[in-house]
Design a protein. Structure first.
Ligand code: ZN
Length: 105
């Protein structure tokens, strides 16, 4: 997986009010504007971590850590954690395709 990670995660900034959104929405949740510019965000701070221990229909599921991350100047986003980072940790953000991941810098 790691060789497919690209640095940063794409978020969307509303052209009308400047709100930053993730994931992408059809309409801005602040002003209902419909035009956005893509922006890259490269770091954030972990606010909360949860562990997904089971996934229905997955035989060889390994527990995964999922974090709520406050992106720098951006929205709260849910990312997969690649290490043992806990709340309060500044992490670097990556994308694997369109799936966001993070690990401590
Ligand atoms: Zn807006």
């Amino acid at each position: 997986m790691s060789d497919r990670l690209t640095p940063g995660v794409t978020i969307w900034r509303c052209r009308r009010c400047g709100a930053r959104l993730f994931p992408q929405r059809l309409l801005c949740c602040e002003c209902h504007g419909a035009e956005f510019d893509a922006e890259r965000v490269h770091e954030g701070v972990v606010e909360e971590v949860s562990v997904i221990r089971h996934m229905l229909g997955q035989e060889n599921w390994q527990p995964r850590r999922i974090a709520s991350v406050r992106a720098k100047n951006g929205p709260l986003m849910t990312v997969g954690l690649l290490d043992e980072s806990g709340p309060g940790t500044a992490i670097a953000l990556f994308e694997d395709g369109t799936a966001p991941f993070g690990r401590s810098r």
